[in-house]
Each structure stands twice: as C-alpha cells, then as structure tokens.
Write a protein that binds this ligand. Structure first.
Ligand SMILES: Cc1cc2nc3c(=O)[nH]c(=O)nc-3n(C[C@H](O)[C@H](O)[C@H](O)COP(=O)(O)OP(=O)(O)OC[C@H]3O[C@@H](n4cnc5c(N)ncnc54)[C@H](O)[C@@H]3O)c2cc1C
Length: 417
C-alpha cells in the first residue's frame, strides 16, 4: 500500500461524518473529511428534530453555542382525513430534543470538528474508493488519490460509493422512504401565536392518513425560531403503485383544513428531497471490512417508530462507536461489537419487526384514520335523534374493518412497538 496521507479519511460531512471527525481529531488522530456540498448541510435534509443526549456527551455545553431552533415541548400525533383530524396532544417540559435546521446545524458541527484539529474540505466529491487486494486504502477525489489507514463511509442514505465498490448491495425499495420538505418563513410572533408557544418552546407534529393518501408513510411539521419545516415521507415501494407523485401529496397536505391556516402568509424559503433508510435491523449492511467502517445512514441506522424519527442521534452514536474503536487501536471488527452492546442496537432490535409490519398492514395508513374520524363524527354529531350507545357505535365500526383483521393488526402492532 502507498504511504498513507492520513490516519483516517471520512467521506461525507453530515452528522455522522462531522461527529466522527470531531471525536478522532480530539484524540489527535490525523483526519481528513471530504464533503461534496459547498458547505456542510447544504445537501442534507431533515425534518429537523434532534434528540440531544448523544450531542451532550460530546459537547456538554452545546446549548450555549449550537444553532438550535426550539426546545420541543409539544408533541402532536394526528390521523388526518379529507377534512378532519383526530389528534393526540401532549405538552411537557422535557428538554431532551430541539428542532434544528441542517443548513445551520451541520456547518456548526463541522466547525467544532475543525476547531479540534480535523481537516474538512467542502465542495469535494469523492468519485471512487481505492481498493488494493480487496482492502479499501484511500479515495479518489477531484482527480487526486488520497490514502489512509482507514476510510469511514458516512455518505448518507444514497450509498453510491459503497455499492460501486461492492461493499454493500443496492438496498431494496421496500427498505427506503423518500421525503420532500419545505422550510417556510413565518414571523416569530405569528408562529408562536398559531402554535400557542412561548419563548423558545417548540412543537413536533406527525401525521398519518391524508398526507400520503393512505400510502405507507406520513407527514411532519416542526416549528423553528421563525420558520416551519413541513413535509411528507413515503415508503418507496408503496409510492411506486401510487397515482399521485410525492410533491403533489405535499401540496395536498398543505391544503388540509388543519394545516392551511397554520401556513397562511408563510413564504417558501427552502425545498428539498432525500432518501431515508427505514428497513431497520434486517437491512443493515456489513458495518466494516478491510480498511473501512460504515456509519450513520450509510449503515441504515435510522428508525421511524411512528411517533418519532431517529436518524441524527443514531448517526452520532454510530460515529462515536467508530471513532472509539480507532482511538482504542482496536481491530475494525470491534466496531460492530461496540454497536451491538450499545443503546442504539437495543433500539434497532426493539423495532425490528416494525418496517415489515407497516408494509404488511397498510390499514394503519388507509383505513384506521378514517375509522377514528367516523367514530368521532357520530359521537359529536347532535341531530335531535337519540345518540347511539358508545359500545354499539364502536362495534359497528369495528365490524366494517373486520374483527379478525382488527385483532391481528392490534396484536402485531403491540408486538412491533
Ligand atoms: C425528510 C426527512 C426527515 C427526517 N427527519 C428526522 C428527524 O426529525 N430527526 C432525526 O433524527 N432524523 C431525521 N431524518 C433522518 C436524518 O436526516 C438522517 O438520519 C441523518 O441526516 C443521517 O446523517 P448522516 O450523516 O449519516 O447522513 P447525511 O446527513 O445524509 O450526510 C451524508 C453526507 O455525505 C455527503 N456525501 C455523500 N456522498 C458523497 C461523496 N461521494 N463525496 C463527498 N461527500 C458525499 C452528502 O453531501 C452529505 O452531506 C430525516 C430524514 C429526512 C430525509
């Protein structure tokens, strides 16, 4: 092998890449990070809720310096139908997660890695991995060969480099979702009034049903300081048999009577689309091999639990485990072992059945939202006739779905969550 130019080269300057760079640089490891975007975050999309426990481990005073938007104190989950919504609304005081905008957050994280001594080059596309006798020994970037003892693949959900080098197979469409997202500007005072927020409080709102027209997926809306992040995410294989394209779903979602007033007079300032790996444990590729480690979305370490989307915190945890393996001078195979002993793995294992359940039980997206709306409509409608007793009402609507189906979905749902 050529004499290595660096101890470690990291491909990708998203959350996983920058976190790895920061941990390694702090330990004095000669690290180069290459990011194709003109700045960190310029190619990244995230609905924007960051659970901060992993960040706090790395940068305990992050609250003072990180570009956080709002501390999430309101959780809402809605089943949306044509013109109605059934909503669970939970207010709390837990400072465990914040809305973030990646275009601000990622450059800040990269700056922390640079301050610790990592070399970070933006606007630099890695074209290919350099292999020698089945070992990754470096990368080709901007026509130049760069060599390292270890290459960390943090290229995100679109794993073109790893696939091209034969390090992982192209993922099945059923294991991927695609999200489209808008960031819309709204004056701070109006935003706080519309969402009943004070100071830096924020709202995280997830939706099922109408946003994806009954397909497997959902909508999201997060409040930032003076912007809203909203979008629609849909499983790729479910989308392939949809007559409606994803951008059109987003337009219809924005027109829903519950959403439209919240967006009134807001202005579009960013539009983006991105893949999300949602296949869970069974979709995880080899996490290491001769000369390389895989972290973050590139390792498919992202979970959509239905009530939370967790990719950014898991990207940080896998990056930390990869860095710790190298810092401890352990063989690369220790990285999967470290992950398997971590809370990240426990989470991924816990939700192992969920991705498949979602695909096998589309009722959660196309029938139950309507069922909930129909039951409530009858409960709240007053028309001069004697009301139907609740047990009869529930029985009648449950029979429409089929009791066997209802039972099966409930049991499978319980098992998967
Ligand atoms: C619509 C949407 C909503 C989401 N909502 C949330 C949420 O609310 N909370 C949450 O925790 N997670 C959320 N996620 C998931 C989260 O965004 C990801 O899990 C997280 O960004 C993964 O970080 P990463 O660093 O692995 O990948 P990325 O953030 O995708 O970073 C990969 C980086 O690699 C760079 N790159 C790729 N190829 C090359 C190359 N050849 N050369 C150089 N650079 C390269 C890219 O430009 C990019 O900057 C959401 C995702 C989407 C799409």
């Amino acid at each position: 092998m050529e004499h290595p130019d660096f101890d470690v080269i990291i491909v990708g300057g998203g959350i996983a890449g920058c976190t790895t760079a920061l941990w390694l640089a702090r330990a004095g490891i000669n690290t180069l990070l290459l990011e194709r975007g003109t700045q960190a975050g310029s190619k990244n999309v995230s609905g924007g809720r960051l659970y901060t426990y992993a960040l706090a481990q790395m940068l305990p005073d992050f609250i003072a310096t990180a570009p956080l938007e709002r501390c999430i104190t309101q959780e809402k989950l809605s089943l949306l139908n044509g013109d109605s919504a059934v909503t669970l609304d939970y207010h709390h005081n837990l400072p465990c997660s914040y809305s973030v905008l990646r275009a601000r957050f990622d450059p800040w994280l990269m700056a922390q890695a640079q301050a610790a001594g990592a070399q970070c080059l933006t606007g630099t596309l890695v074209d290919q991995l350099i292999m020698q006798q089945s070992q990754v020994v470096g990368v080709m970037a901007a026509g130049e060969a760069l060599y390292a003892n270890t290459v960390i693949l943090a290229e995100g959900a679109n794993t073109l480099l790893s696939e091209q080098a034969g390090l992982q197979a192209k993922p099945a469409t059923s294991t991927l979702a695609i999200g489209v997202k808008e960031v819309r500007a709204l004056p701070r005072a109006q935003l706080e009034e519309r969402f009943t927020l004070e100071d830096d409080q924020g709202c995280a709102w997830l939706f099922a049903g109408q946003p994806t027209q009954g397909k497997v997926g959902g909508g999201f809306l997060y409040t930032n300081r003076d912007t809203l992040s909203l979008g629609v995410v849909c499983n790729l294989s479910s989308l392939s048999n949809s007559r409606i394209a994803l951008p059109h779903m987003l337009q219809q979602f924005k027109q829903h009577p519950v959403i439209r007033p919240l967006l009134k007079n807001s202005e579009l300032c960013e539009y983006s689309a991105h893949l999300i790996p949602e296949g869970g444990l069974d979709s995880i590729p080899p996490l290491c091999g001769p000369g390389y480690l895989v972290v973050g979305d590139a390792a498919r370490l992202c979970i959509n639990t239905g009530h939370t989307v967790r990719g950014m915190d898991l990207a940080m945890l896998s990056a930390q485990a990869a860095a710790e393996t190298l810092i401890a001078h352990q063989a690369l195979q220790h990285y999967p072992q470290r992950l398997q002993q971590s809370a990240l793995w426990a989470l991924i294992r816990q939700y192992r059945r969920l991705p498949e359940l979602m695909l096998r039980s589309p009722h959660w997206f196309n029938r139950y939202p309507q069922l909930a709306a129909d039951v409530l409509q009858e409960m709240f409608q007053v028309n001069g006739h004697a009301p139907t007793p609740l047990h009869k009402l529930l029985w009648r609507h449950a029979r429409r779905i089929g009791l066997r189906q209802l039972l099966k979905d409930t049991v499978n749902g319980m098992r998967s969550l």
